[in-house]
Design a protein around this ligand. Structure first.
Ligand code: FMN
Length: 339
């Protein structure tokens, strides 16, 4: 049992691809997924991913160097497709011979997948639909992550369970598909592996690990929260688009709704131009994730969290979280196979 043989067998394709013992990625979380958490995940046998977010190429360079100093195991880098220096960031990954680059935040711009592959790295992309998943694979993606709206952070409109039913039967036999969003227990990992996933990606479950540098108040808010506290951002006016983000509701989320109403009224009254109005909405959360994660401002910061936050109740070392998840996964597989 302690070797988790059934889990190991179902994760074999994913583990081989990642070069890690377990096909469990810790999804990149801006400000949270830095050298300490990333190396702890990889050292525990999982696959850590640095969240580049808005980092400059120099900062990413330093973060990769810092991570390498803490682990000899493989880890990846998550790059946001709309970063203005995306190609410079790809070059930094190439310089460090990073094995896997995850492209997040939309369809990869022309030439980006090719540039990553030229550096020798594997490319992992997010597939929001089956059709796009197929297209990304045709364009050179080596593996896909399908992420449902239960997840923390920026989300799409469809749940993980529906994405899994739509995409896994079509692609998972021949292609590498990791499932993300709403996974807090190993039994859920077992279920997606049995449906053909080659592995999984979790974020929320790892955000408050002992090795995470998140502020103690950020962690406390996670421990107190239940699934229903992790809500999606609300858009109040069709003219003022809001990218959906799942986060713990707080004073900031209430004020965001109030801000949108105020800006919409100014628009109606002709006191403000459309461009300025949209900018005000866009800028509302600027720096807000940092305020929450680093400064511990749990009232005004952006407390990005998935619905699985209800299953996070105490600070634990990454290795213990892995042991729990793997034990639960193995037990679920053993139970079903014995039945
Ligand atoms: C605090 C936080 C920050 C995140 N930041 C990013 C990010 O910068 N880039 C990204 O691709 N995903 C980001 N995510 C999503 C995670 O990488 C991961 O896919 C997601 O958390 C998985 O769903 P789960 O939260 O239900 O486990 C973030 C999630 C959280 C909770």
């Amino acid at each position: 049992m302690s070797d988790y043989l059934k889990t190991r067998a179902l994760m074999a394709r994913g583990s081989e691809f990642l070069g890690s013992e377990w096909a469990i990625l810790c999804g990149a979380m801006s400000w949270v997924s830095e050298r300490n958490l990333v190396s702890a995940i990889s050292n525990a046998g999982g696959f850590g991913v640095i969240a580049c977010g808005a980092m400059t190429p120099d900062l990413l360079d330093a973060e990769i160097t810092g991570t390498k100093a803490l682990t000899g195991k493989p880890f990846g880098v998550n790059l946001i497709t709309m970063h203005p220096q995306l190609f410079d960031l790809i070059e930094i990954c190439g310089k460090h011979k990073v094995g896997h680059v995850v492209l997040a935040g939309g369809i990869p711009p022309k030439g980006s997948v090719e540039a990553i592959k030229k550096s020798g790295a594997k490319v992992i992309c997010f597939a929001p639909t089956l059709a796009l998943g197929k297209k990304l694979l045709r364009s050179g993606a080596d593996a896909l992550v399908i992420e449902g709206m239960e997840a923390g952070g920026h989300i799409g409109p469809v749940s993980t369970s529906v994405l899994a039913q739509e995409i896994l039967p079509e692609l998972a036999a021949d292609k590498l598909v990791f499932v993300a969003g709403g996974i807090g227990n190993g039994a859920m990992i077992a279920a997606y592996l049995e449906m053909g996933a080659c592995g999984v990606q979790l974020g929320t479950r790892f955000a408050c690990a002992s090795e995470s540098i998140a502020h103690p108040d950020f962690k406390k808010a996670f421990f107190r929260a239940s699934a229903r506290d992790a809500v999606t951002s609300v858009q109040v006016d069709a003219r003022l688009p809001v990218i959906p983000v799942r986060a713990l509701k707080n004073k900031g989320t209430d004020e965001f709704t109030a801000k949108q109403i105020e800006v919409a009224r100014l628009l109606d009254a002709g006191k403000i131009e459309m461009g300025e109005a949209q900018l005000q909405i866009e800028h509302f959360w600027a720096g807000a994730l940092r305020r929450a994660v680093i400064d511990g401002d749990v009232e005004n910061g952006s407390m990005m969290a998935g619905q699985s936050v209800g299953m996070v109740s105490a600070e634990e070392p990454v290795a213990e979280i892995f042991a729990t998840l793997l034990g639960e996964c193995e037990a679920a597989l053993a139970q079903r196979r014995a039945a």
